[in-house]
Design a protein around this ligand. Structure first.
Ligand code: IFM
Length: 408
């Protein structure tokens, strides 16, 4: 087995809306509670105030990197009104990470938009690209010294969610809403319409937004710039080749092809999806399924990494999310061990993987739900006290040994 390369990043990831709390000016905040069964983010994990504690935990446990995001709705609460105080807040986050020896990986957009932007038509209108570019221009000055910048998180999921927002105008569709990130909620599965695939028209606008900001971030900060893609890790059953090609393009290759010319692509992988001659094959429930109803497949990240490597024609890969929704931390460790084995195999084959960031550092707000817990650290919802799980220390030791402890 190849050792993990020197400088390989070992970290964990979060997103602003899911952890900070009180993201008052965002579109997601405005919609919380509107649909049946949808919870509020409220104070979330209060990471807006407790980010230093989160980072100190990471650094002390042996991790070398932290992926977090900047919230557009805080930076630009009204069109064109830039909050200097919020820019300073995020610069303090970057400085705190660096002072603790953590390489910051900074995401500029993670699903949520300012409410005013959504009211203006959001990603459904052409002005979106210029609006996003203006926000990014405001943020660039605080990014100096940041080595890794993700322009957008999972544009493929964002284009699906934006498409779903069209449905929100329809009261009947709204009544059957479930979180788009929860694939297999068994109670919801029957009532729920089939999730629409990402909308390619919206996807092309997101590609334009990514390309509009990529070069200027690079030139003005020196950062490596890329975006992150949700990978479905398709498994092709006999006869499913042609359906798999179509689905793969619709779900991810449109976005991966747009990564050619980027400095890296963020791979985000959780489970697999089978495709047969008639399309996606429904997963038969199993006892070891995750809390979001997906199969337990630690090897998914290996499939995802190889697919991205091939479609991007060799763009370096940073695993910006990989993890499991489970309440059984031993299962989390088993999953992560299997995932890291798969990453090591890909490295062996020559795939250029630069780091592994686990999703998530904290049990956080899973887009309308609190129950599917992905965290290495539990958070008390009343007191915000952080309680590291055994998996947190386990992965920290692997980080400290640059992967050598995996074979121990
Ligand atoms: O919580 C999400 C994250 O915001 C984007 N990627 C998938 C995660 C788990 O569903």
């Amino acid at each position: 087995m190849t050792a993990f390369p020197d400088g390989f990043l070992w970290g964990a990831a979060t997103a602003p809306h899911q952890t900070e709390g009180n993201n008052l000016n965002s579109d997601f905040w405005a919609n919380e509670g509107l649909m049946p069964g949808m919870d509020f983010s409220g104070d979330a994990c209060d990471s807006y105030h407790r980010y230093a504690e989160d980072m100190e935990l990471l650094a002390a446990a042996g991790y070398t990197s932290y992926r977090f995001g900047i919230e557009w709705a805080r930076i630009e609460p009204r069109p064109g009104m830039i909050s200097r105080a919020e820019l300073a807040h995020y610069r303090r986050m970057i400085d705190t990470a660096v002072s603790l020896g953590l390489t910051p990986v900074v995401t500029l957009h993670h699903f949520t938009n300012p409410k005013w932007f959504a009211d203006e038509g959001g990603w459904l209108v052409d002005s979106a690209v210029a609006r996003f570019a203006a926000y990014v221009d405001a943020v660039i000055p605080i990014l100096s010294g940041v080595a890794w910048v993700c322009t957008m998180n999972e544009p493929n999921m964002l284009s699906m969610m934006t498409g779903m927002a069209r449905l929100a105008a329809d009261p009947e569709a709204r009544a059957r809403w479930t979180s788009p990130t929860i694939d297999g909620d068994p109670d919801a599965a029957q009532a729920r319409p089939q999730l629409p695939p990402p909308d390619a028209e919206i996807g092309r606008r997101l590609v334009a937004a990514h390309h509009a900001v990529r070069d200027r971030i690079r030139e003005r900060t020196g950062a490596r710039v890329g975006w992150t893609v949700a990978n479905r890790a398709f498994e092709i059953l006999p006869g499913g080749e042609s359906r798999a090609r179509d689905l793969s393009w619709q779900w991810e290759d449109l976005y991966l092809e747009a990564s050619r010319g980027d400095d890296f692509v963020g791979v985000q992988s959780y489970s697999t999806l089978q495709v047969g001659p008639d399309g996606q094959v429904a997963h038969e429930p199993r006892p070891d399924d995750t809390l979001v109803g997906t199969p337990f497949r630690p090897d998914a990240v290996g499939i995802a990494v190889r697919h991205c490597w091939q479609v991007t024609a060799g763009v370096p890969i940073l695993i910006t999310e990989n993890g499991i929704a489970t309440s059984d931390d031993a299962q989390r460790i088993a999953y992560t061990r299997g995932a890291l084995d798969a990453v090591q195999c890909a490295l062996d084959e020559g795939v250029d993987v630069r780091g592994y960031l686990h999703w998530s550092l904290l049990d956080n707000f899973e887009w309308g739900h609190w129950e599917p817990t992905f965290g290495l650290i539990a958070v008390d919802r009343e007191t915000f006290v952080r309680r590291p799980k055994p998996s947190f220390g386990w992965l920290g030791e692997i980080a400290r040994s640059n992967g050598a402890a995996l074979s121990g």
